[in-house]
Design a protein around this ligand. Structure first.
Ligand SMILES: Cc1ncc(COP(=O)(O)O)c(C=O)c1O
Length: 395
């Protein structure tokens, strides 16, 4: 047995989360390292969806808005996500896509900052949707948009800054940005911080309340395993909720939605982050998916995530011919999310061959191989196999 193989067996034997794999539908022949794009299916979901469709919808029909708790699902499921991102209850609603929530949060942040603050800073390395939405928000609110890297944010802040839109973990490189320090710098400049948690929610502790984040958004189909297109979440810090002025004040966010009033009056609390009728099938699939987290502390998930990515980098160093790939993922734990990105000139072709051999990661143009490590279901033996197959392909 080669050294990484025996190390993998030891690491799996000592893994306190190893039993959680049984909570997912997975194929033992496939190493699934794409949970940072679409999380695997939790075993609880198909039965729940069957019940929601056949009984709640099929039999109870309209009664389910009350009797099956459909109406309150956005905030109930928000409260289920809250501990995973370090938020007390009553600050998260679930609904709409991340892109839509970026729009709501960023406009609300600019409105909180006041008229005299003329500039929005956006992460220049961001996932494209955030940049596109930020450009539109700037045009719409009459602010200028300044793209800067997260490292440049402290120097770019001034009394002109209204809001800063940042990613907690970079979608390409897997770099983890310093949320506490950057949020503190934004606040010291009198501006508002909006964080995109798509690649950190469910992968590592976020500490939204602890670090005083104003607004945050995140998707639920990656590390929260909510399913394709599952609704995103919006966090609005308790202290700013009464001043949160939504640019999408739909009837579901009205203080009295069934009053059918001609004039808008926002609901109290985070409910004002809702918009229209919630996407019940997807929401309730997500609620069932979140049950895999029962009894699972996010700190334990983080510890395993770092062990998995450390082990992957070690195995890549061992199996892949020197100079064939370059890791874009920072070696320091404090700067690493739950993915490893390897630059490789023929990455598109290499990923196709990896998938053909049962190792599923993804390719990001022009030259990045991305491997996501979901600690709830990825084993160390799978990590060893993925690196070994990669080494064989690149040899
Ligand atoms: C960091 C980040 N932000 C936003 C999005 C887009 O989210 P949505 O498609 O839910 O609008 C993604 C999608 O992968 C993402 O990775």
């Amino acid at each position: 047995m080669s050294e990484p193989l025996s190390r993998a067996a030891e690491l799996d034997a000592a893994d306190p989360l190893a039993g959680l794999r049984a909570r997912f539908v997975l194929d033992d022949d496939v190493v699934y390292l794409d949970g940072n794009s679409l999380g695997a299916l939790p075993v609880t979901v198909p039965g729940r969806i069957e019940d929601v469709v056949r009984r709640q919808w099929g039999e109870l029909r309209i009664r389910s808005w009350e009797e099956s708790g459909w109406w309150t699902a956005p905030e109930r499921i928000g409260d289920r996500i809250a501990p995973l991102v370090g938020a007390a209850p009553g600050q998260i609603v679930v609904g709409d896509s991340t892109s839509v929530n970026v729009f709501k949060a960023l406009v609300a942040a600019v409105r909180l900052a006041g008229e005299e603050r003329a500039e929005i800073l956006v992460d220049a390395t961001t996932f494209p949707t955030d940049g596109y939405v930020a450009a539109s928000v700037a045009r719409m609110t009459g602010r200028t948009l300044r793209p800067v890297t997260p490292a440049q944010v402290p120097a770019a802040l001034s009394d002109r800054t209204a809001a800063v839109l940042l990613n907690h973990v970079d979608y390409r490189t897997g770099r983890l940005h310093d949320l506490p320090a950057l949020t503190a710098a934004v606040h010291a400049a009198g501006a508002y911080a909006v964080w995109d948690l798509c690649h950190s929610a469910g992968a590592l502790p976020v500490g939204l309340d602890e670090h005083g984040v104003d607004l945050a958004v995140g998707c639920t189909y990656k590390y929260l395993n909510g399913g394709p297109g599952s609704p995103a979440f919006l966090y609005v810090r308790a202290e700013v909720q009464d001043r949160f002025d939504s640019p999408l004040p739909g009837w579901n966010s009205h203080a009295e939605p069934f009053g059918m009033r001609p004039v808008y009056e926002p609901a109290p609390g985070v409910l004002r982050g809702r918009v229209g009728t919630p996407d019940i099938l997807s929401l309730l699939a997500l609620e069932a998916a979140l049950e895999v987290w029962d009894g699972v502390p996010v700190e334990a998930v983080r510890a395993k995530s770092l062990a998995l990515t450390d082990f992957f980098l070690e195995c890549v160093g061992r199996y892949v011919p020197r100079g064939r790939v370059e890791s874009l993922t920072p070696p320091a734990h404090a700067e690493r999310g739950s993915q490893v990105a390897l630059r490789c000139p023929d990455a598109g072709d290499v990923m196709k061959r990896l998938v053909g051999r049962g190792v599923v990661g993804d390719f990001r143009a022009p030259d990045v191989l991305r491997f996501g490590f979901t600690p709830l279901y990825v084993s160390f033996a799978e990590v060893e196999r993925a690196a070994r197959v990669l080494g064989e392909i690149l040899d």
